[in-house]
Every structure is written in structure tokens, then in C-alpha cells.
Design a protein around this ligand. Structure first.
Ligand code: PBG
Length: 331
């Protein structure tokens, strides 16, 4: 598409930027609270809110506090909350059995939120890293993160989350074949309405550092995740991943990290037209907060601009730690 325009001075592109009313009228994209998914960290205890050092403003909450957070999010018009457990070191084992324990932190938080705040959507994470003594998303045999045995475990984990009542399952593990396997298992178990939001194009990224700190996985992680997460050099491969996951039954797809990967968001949206999300990850959040905390940028403006750019890049929504702050400003 090419806009038709007269030569200067008949066309003056500054006419449509001259004041806020006109700018609003010609704005091509909007950001609202309804575009946001809020990731929250869950920990043991009661009445606990424990700051995450590398993510100023973010806390790990005990289940009762997560319920309060869900209520706050619902009241702010945020449609979904995404749970990430901080699992006690004693429950991180080689067999990762805590991942499908019906009473693990994630499942307890899901049931508590569903009971108290039934009208917010709950998303959960499928991957073994919060439960593994290696910090990897899959089982480790020798030097290898093994695919097929991991997928078997992910099915058990996903089913236990569906049983607890989640609305959206987010497989973040990047094993091959897990979307099809999870979809079949959910259908067979009568969970045909549970959505799969696949972390389809997830890159092996340095921007996850603060998250691994938040869930207590940074100390444990041996090596890197490059044999399953994508190479930041690749873009065509992201389309292959998304196509594969959609063809296996994903309802929605994600690109992760966010801001350095806006080109991938645009390509994915243009190629498939599927519901497309970006994860503004922990390192992106930490950079904005750190610069703002030092007075080097206006944190509020940078936050809003960064999120609007995801909409412009074709995303239908964004997972962001800024969600409640943004929703309060947009209200
Ligand atoms: C792991 C997982 C990660 C994130 C979400 N799920 C980290 C990783 O892959 O090591 C990162 C989120 C963030 O950085 O905010 N399954």
C-alpha cells in the first residue's frame, strides 16, 4: 500500500501532528489495559512480599498475596495473570516430580485465584526449570537436554495445571513436539477449552538474567540453553517454529524476548495472522527501571513507548511486569 500525496506545500505532513486532538485522530495503534498479561512470581508462606533485587518494583508473593494481586489486576482491566513459581531448593530434583504435584505452588495459586477472583484468566508456565536441580527446561542425560522424555513430563505438568483450573497454558520449554502432545492430552482428558499460548519463537537470550534470579534458577543453571532455545541470528527459523506450533494446535503464539525482536513479531503477524504476543522480559524491564532509577530516562514515558511499539509491530498483547503500573496510568 502506498499513500497518495500531493507535492509540498499541498502536502505538509506536520499538519497531522499539530496538536493532541489531531494526533489522536490519526493514531494508527492504541495501548489499553486489555492488551496486557501480568507475570507474577509465587513463593511459599503467608502474607509475604519479597523484593526481587534485579527487578526493582517486582516482588515474589505468597499465595494469599497473589490472590490480592489478581483482584487488583482484574479491577484495573487486565485480562490475564501469568504465574511463575519460586520453588524451594528442597523440591528441585532430577525427576522434577514437583512439576506435576497437584499441590505445588502454581496449582495452589491457581485454585486460590479461581475461588476468589473467578473473572480473571490464569496463564501458567510449562517447563521443568523451576523444578529441576540443573536449571534446565528439560531432563538432562549426560550432556544432553533430552527431548522426548521431557515432553512426557511436560504433558503431566500441563494436565495438572488444567486440572487446577488454568485458562491458558504457556509452554516455554522449546522442546520439539510438545504442542501437539499437550493438545492431544488435553483433548483426551476433557480439557478442550484450555488454550495453548506457545512460546513459539523463544530465543537463547541474555535478557532472561533477572528472571532466573527471581525464580531461583540462576545459581543452578549449568551451561546455556542454546540447544533448545533459538539463535538470535535467525528469523526464517522463527516462522518455521510458529508454523509448526500452529499446525500442532497452538491457539496463540509468542515471540520472546520483546523489544530486540520486533522484526520477528511483525513477520509472524504478517505471515500467519494468528493471535501474537510478545514477552517484554525481565532484562528489558530491568534496563528501563535501572535507567529511570538513575534519572537517565523518564521511566513512565519509556515504559508506555516500549509497550506501544509492540502494538505497532503487530502484537495483539504483551506480557509485561509493568502491567499494573501501565493500567493505572491508562485508566
Ligand atoms: C523458563 C522461562 C524463562 C522465562 C520465562 N520462562 C527463562 C529461561 O528460559 O531461562 C524468562 C522470562 C523473563 O526473563 O522475564 N522456562
Amino acid at each position: 500500500m502506498r499513500a497518495i500525496q500531493a507535492p509540498f506545500p499541498h502536502t505538509r505532513l506536520r499538519r497531522t501532528r499539530q496538536n493532541a486532538n489531531i494526533r489522536d485522530l490519526v493514531a494508527e495503534n492504541t495501548l489499553t489495559a486489555a492488551d496486557l498479561i501480568w507475570p507474577v512470581f509465587v513463593r511459599d508462606g503467608d502474607g509475604v512480599e519479597e523484593p526481587v533485587t534485579s527487578m526493582p518494583g517486582v516482588v515474589r508473593r505468597s499465595v494469599d498475596k497473589v490472590v490480592e494481586a489478581a483482584r487488583e489486576a482484574r479491577d484495573l482491566g487486565i485480562p490475564a495473570i501469568c504465574l511463575f513459581p519460586y520453588t524451594d531448593a528442597s523440591k528441585r530434583t532430577a525427576d522434577c516430580a514437583e512439576a506435576w504435584n497437584p499441590d505445588n505452588l502454581s496449582n495452589r495459586a491457581t485454585r486460590a485465584i479461581k475461588a476468589a477472583v473467578p473473572d480473571i484468566a490464569i496463564m501458567t508456565d510449562v517447563a521443568l526449570d523451576p523444578y529441576s536441580d540443573t536449571g534446565h527446561d528439560g531432563f538432562v542425560v549426560g550432556d544432553e537436554i533430552v527431548n522426548d522424555a521431557t515432553v512426557e513430563a511436560l504433558i503431566k505438568q500441563g494436565l495438572s495445571q488444567a486440572e487446577a483450573g488454568v485458562d491458558i497454558i504457556g509452554p516455554s520449554d522449546m522442546m520439539d513436539g510438545r504442542i501437539g502432545a499437550l493438545r492431544s492430552a488435553l483433548e483426551s482428558a476433557g480439557h478442550q477449552n484450555v488454550l495453548l499460548l506457545s512460546y513459539a519463537a523463544k530465543y537463547a537470550s541474555a535478557f532472561y538474567g533477572p528472571f532466573r534470579d527471581a525464580v531461583g534458577a540462576s545459581g543452578a543453571l549449568k551451561g546455556d540453553k542454546k540447544t533448545y532455545q533459538m539463535n538470535p541470528a535467525n528469523s526464517d527459523e522463527a516462522l518455521r517454529c510458529v508454523e509448526r506450533d500452529l499446525s500442532e494446535g497452538a491457539d496463540m503464539v509468542m515471540v520472546k524476548p520483546g523489544m530486540p525482536y520486533l522484526d520477528i513479531c511483525r513477520r509472524v503477524k504478517d505471515a500467519f495472522g494468528a493471535p501474537t504476543y510478545a514477552y517484554q522480559v525481565s532484562g528489558e524491564y530491568a534496563m528501563i527501571q535501572a535507567a529511570a532509577g538513575n534519572g537517565w530516562i523518564d521511566g513512565e514515558k519509556a515504559m508506555l513507548e516500549s509497550l506501544m511499539c509492540f502494538k505497532r509491530a503487530g502484537c495483539d498483547g504483551i506480557l509485561t511486569y509493568f502491567a499494573p503500573e501501565v493500567a493505572r496510568i491508562l485508566r
